[in-house]
Design a protein around this ligand. Sequence first.
Ligand SMILES: CCCCCCCCC/C=C/C(=O)SCCNC(=O)CCNC(=O)[C@H](O)C(C)(C)COP(=O)(O)OP(=O)(O)OC[C@H]1O[C@@H](n2cnc3c(N)ncnc32)[C@H](O)[C@@H]1OP(=O)(O)O
Ligand SMILES: NC(=O)C1=CN([C@@H]2O[C@H](COP(=O)(O)OP(=O)(O)OC[C@H]3O[C@@H](n4cnc5c(N)ncnc54)[C@H](OP(=O)(O)O)[C@@H]3O)[C@@H](O)[C@H]2O)C=CC1
Length: 292
Amino acid sequence: MSYRSAFRADLFAGQTHIVTGGGSGIGRCCAHELAALGANVILIGRNIERLESTQAEIIADGGKASYYSVDIRQEADVRDTVAKIVADHGQIHGLVNNAGGQFPAPLLKISKNGWDAVVSSNLTGGFLMAREVMNQSMREKGGSIVNIIADMWRGMPSMGHSGAARAGMLSFTETAAVEWASYGVRVNAVAPGFIASSGMDSYGDEFANHVIPQMRGTIPSSRMGDEDEISSVITFLLSPAASYTTGACICVDGGSSLNTKLFGLKEHDRMPEQKAFHRAVKPMAVQRMMKK
Ligand SMILES: CCCCCCCCC/C=C/C(=O)SCCNC(=O)CCNC(=O)[C@H](O)C(C)(C)COP(=O)(O)OP(=O)(O)OC[C@H]1O[C@@H](n2cnc3c(N)ncnc32)[C@H](O)[C@@H]1OP(=O)(O)O
Ligand SMILES: NC(=O)C1=CN([C@@H]2O[C@H](COP(=O)(O)OP(=O)(O)OC[C@H]3O[C@@H](n4cnc5c(N)ncnc54)[C@H](OP(=O)(O)O)[C@@H]3O)[C@@H](O)[C@H]2O)C=CC1
């Protein structure tokens, strides 16, 4: 097995874990790590080629993997796919709700369809997967769910649809942790910062050449994270080492969520009319404080 995990090699032996978005990026990396630790890994995504290729890599490494192609936004398809997985593999021990994505755009440029596409990918889809896995396996037999969210703690400028969905996913995580604790099911979240994943490459040259260098300057650790640095925290949360941890969110972001915001006030400073409006409605004392 070529994946060198920090965890014990038989940690998940005899267990089945689902990784949504397992055909690429963080999900693919996590699927490799879980398989290296003995899990039977179920990959979920839409693009069959990528799923097939990750499955082949894992099998070539001596691990166990299968894939099921499904759009996690389609309720009936999710229900039927989970039923097939349970029929084929039996108990589901872990679910990594990792599938998702968004496009960079300021709020004012996001159409209703664009908003819905992102919210359904990053919030509704994760809910559907968790509900079906719970109803069809974990409710009877227990398990662990890990939801991947994002660094949305101070909003998510230029990805506001995603920020709203991820904040919702955090709330879902907390509610599910409480409601499902008595079934022996733990539900936690991981909030990655800026991770050098294949997904991050999908935003084009402008993003790669301008946004990423600007983002990098805001990270206290002075670098982007790697996929395996997210995978190891997911693995911890799935494992018995986290047996008393539920409803938690671990930020894996090199400190970026503690640092100043990504974007300064340059745009605002270029808008004298709006500035004049704010000044006019503020009490004199506040204006004086602002001038200092
Ligand atoms: C910057 C600083 C950040 C700074 C902050 C940076 C932090 C980064 C942190 C996160 C990093 C990552 O997640 S890394 C990578 C994760 N992976 C990705 O994001 C992969 C790319 N994303 C996807 O494929 C997404 O799933 C998604 C965008 C929702 C595509 O879903 P669909 O295929 O269902 O969407 P479509 O059917 O094509 O389109 C549905 C609607 O969305 C609109 N739409 C789709 N792409 C659009 C686009 N680029 N611009 C405008 N609108 C778009 C379409 O026009 C449609 O609306 P109408 O025209 O009105 O009908
Ligand atoms: N990289 C980063 O810096 C950060 C990433 N994240 C989040 O982490 C997760 C993994 O991202 P990353 O690996 O970087 O990016 P990728 O784009 O490589 O991974 C996203 C995966 O989700 C799958 N997916 C997307 N939509 C659906 C859908 N509707 N149904 C089923 N599968 C779907 C995609 O597969 P397919 O297209 O085949 O369906 C793909 O494999 C995402 O949720 C991402 O937004 C969060 C914060 C930061």
